[in-house]
Design a protein around this ligand. Sequence first.
Ligand code: CMP
Length: 144
Amino acid sequence: MIQQTFLMVKPDGVQRSIVGEIVSRFEKKGFQLVGAKLMHVSQDLAETHYGEHREKPFFKELVDFITSGPVFAMVWEGENVIANARQMMGKTNPQEALPGTIRGDYGLIVDKNVIHGSDSPESAQREIALFFSESEVVSYNKQL
Ligand code: CMP
């Protein structure tokens, strides 16, 4: 099934100049980039985006980190892209993520794990709408 998902290179990934490398992996896999922007996440947006973690002990740390510098927010489209992108990202904790995955190759610790990706169709829809207006997500046919 053709789906859309929300992916975000976190501040550590932007700082380390691996945005292009990450975009390239999803492009080469065959997914289509339909929305992207470099942006600062506001306190409000961070708390809404990570609302499900509000009661977790690391919530403040998580919000502080995601607002600490620019992120690269993206919408990707393609066959089964939600689950597939999560496979390509690897496990949340980079210590457990396999080599060959983004977190396995570029991450070391769980709070700075390089990339975020939606975990279900419901969260994809919610997160895309939180970060992007309708006109910022484009629709186009891939020619080649
Ligand atoms: P993400 O996929 O963005 O969604 C929630 C984030 O919480 C997760 O990635 C991790 O970066 C972060 N996280 C999970 N567990 C911990 C933890 N124990 N300490 C700090 N951050 C965590």
